[in-house]
Write a protein that binds this ligand. Structure first.
Ligand SMILES: [Zn+2]
Length: 246
């Protein structure tokens, strides 16, 4: 069996048998991989503190269908500033759970890998901002082929740039005023900013007003929930932390 080296982000880890751990990794070269780290619980020598959620690693893997084998791991970053801040922990935990739940096994996605590492790097270096989370989500959905449809009414197909008002439909859709009667409004600024998120690769390039942030957030939350069969554990935690923030 051939050992390969890969860049990886830890999406999750759990104890397995007496002394092992099973780790879910998002690797640059192989996509999402689940692997067993033998002796990881008993011996700190080989893996140290590397197998923590959202740690960035260089790993040695024997990739197999089903369960791979994690032979070694070097820490690139544990993101210490994220780990010193409860809101950042919640945001990073949310980002890796999203990746874990949406990514199929064994399908590499370098763009998504770059987006996730850029978000973690951004959380590490800067403030924990709601707009950055929404930037991450809009691009995350787009890369996976679930781009928000902002151009046309999801019910009748009318061009939304030509209608007087846009309304929020079910499952993260946008409707024209006639089809979405009674629904919450989606203002032109929200649409413009979401488009801008998808048109730039930089986290700092988009500044949301609080109204646009709210509207974009509702759309993105609905769109994400529509693709999941059960709610994200990390989202409940994130909402609790956000509610406690001053
Ligand atoms: Zn319509």
């Amino acid at each position: 069996m051939e050992t390969s080296r890969s860049e990886a982000i830890v999406l999750g880890a759990m104890d397995y048998r007496e002394s092992d751990r099973i780790v879910t990794l998002f690797t640059l070269q192989h996509g999402k991989v689940r692997g067993v780290a033998k002796g990881a619980k008993r011996s700190m020598r080989r893996f140290g503190g590397a197998l923590e959620p959202f740690a960035r690693l260089g790993v040695e893997l024997v990739v197999r269908e089903g369960l791979s084998s994690l032979r070694g791991a070097d820490i690139v970053s544990l993101y210490p500033r994220i780990r010193a801040d409860l809101l950042k922990i919640a945001l990073a935990g949310y980002a890796v759970e999203l990746a874990d739940r949406f990514l199929p096994d064994g399908a590499p996605s370098p763009r998504l890998f770059r987006l996730l590492t850029a978000y973690l790097e951004h959380l590490e270096q800067g403030e924990a901002r709601e707009g950055d989370r929404r930037f991450f989500e809009a691009n995350f959905l787009n890369i996976l082929g679930y781009r928000l449809a902002l151009d046309r009414c999801a019910a009748c197909g009318a061009e939304l740039s030509a209608v007087a008002a846009r309304r929020r439909g079910a499952a993260g859709t946008v409707l024209c005023g006639a089809c979405g009667r009674g629904g919450a409004e989606v203002g032109p600024e929200t649409v413009r900013l979401l488009d801008l998120c998808l048109g730039t690769g930089r986290f700092d390039a988009v500044a949301f007003s609080s109204a646009a942030l709210h509207e974009a957030g509702e759309l993105l939350d609905d769109a994400i929930a529509a693709h999941l069969t059960r709610p994200l554990n990390s989202l409940a935690f994130l909402r609790q932390i956000e509610a406690d923030e001053p």
